[in-house]
Design a protein around this ligand. Structure first.
Ligand SMILES: Nc1ncnc2c1ncn2[C@@H]1O[C@H](COP(=O)(O)OP(=O)(O)OP(=O)(O)O)[C@@H](O)[C@H]1O
Length: 245
């Protein structure tokens, strides 16, 4: 084997993972793979275990059995800040921003892990290139932004750490239809830029339009998986949402 090879993009793998709260397991033997450079989605109705899966990947819930890996690195029992430092970014659900801080200050908070302030400033300019609307509103308090602008800011803030893989948790939650389309357009642009995305959503149609592969969770188990084209035809997807065969 040669040494000094440039490492390729890393794959996030969840292998036969069980985890939960108190004594009960919520996730039961869940296995997923997040292919580098593609959008992988996790679909499932309320209470299916989507948040628990994200929490487990990010080290907020303990892996009880099984293994979570990012490339060669095992993430089981690793604290969240170390997982983030490995190159896994998070965009939390609900377009969370710091309302009393300006757009620029919100982005600076997103870049806190980076001690080189010139790099933070350069990354911020990259974010402004992707989201020109945020640049126009750079001094505005985040709490006074529109819903769509707020979701752009929460996404941009999550990208300030220059993650290799980003977990996007229900970005359309609580947004009106126009803003929902805007958010999915942003996801599409991030995908075109080559980013690896794990997208967790309830909005089936738009998610299947943007994602490449996906998994359907039902009561903490993966009941269907495959390309989005295959999932569209899968009766398990319909059963998971509507309880019909
Ligand atoms: N902190 C907790 N303590 C105990 N049980 C919890 C906790 N958080 C979630 N659960 C339970 O775990 C199960 C899965 O919840 P989870 O939040 O992962 O689902 P979800 O698919 O993200 O749902 P939603 O789309 O409504 O956010 C549910 O039965 C829920 O009640």
């Amino acid at each position: 084997m040669s040494t000094g090879e440039i490492p390729g993009p890393r794959q996030l793998s969840v292998k036969a993972v069980s985890s939960g709260y108190d004594r009960a397991d919520v996730l039961k033997q869940v296995s997923i793979e997040v292919v580098p450079g593609a959008v992988t989605c996790i679909l499932g109705a309320n209470g299916a275990g989507k948040s628990t899966l994200i929490r487990t990947v990010l080290g907020l819930n303990r892996v009880r059995t099984g293994e979570v890996r990012f490339g060669e690195t095992v993430l089981n029992d690793m604290p969240t800040h170390k997982i983030v430092a490995l190159g896994i970014g998070v965009i939390p659900e609900g377009n969370r921003v710091l309302p009393r801080m300006s757009v620029v200050e919100n982005l600076q908070v997103g870049g806190l892990l980076q001690s080189d302030t010139r790099k933070v400033a350069a990354r911020m300019e990259e974010m402004f290139a992707i989201f020109p609307r945020l640049k126009e509103r750079r001094s505005q308090l985040a709490g006074t932004l529109s819903g769509g602008e707020r979701s752009m800011l929460s996404i941009a803030r999550g990208l300030m750490t220059e993650p290799e893989l980003v977990v996007i948790d229900e970005p359309s939650l609580g947004l009106s239809p126009l803003f929902v389309s805007e958010v999915f357009n942003i996801v599409r642009r991030l995908k075109e830029s080559g980013m690896t995305i794990l997208l967790v959503e309830q909005n089936v149609r738009q998610t299947l339009d943007v994602a490449d592969h996906g998994y359907v969770l039902l009561q903490g188990r993966v009941v269907a998986s495959g390309t989005t084209a295959a999932l569209r035809e899968d009766t398990e997807l319909h059963r998971a949402y509507f309880g019909v065969h």
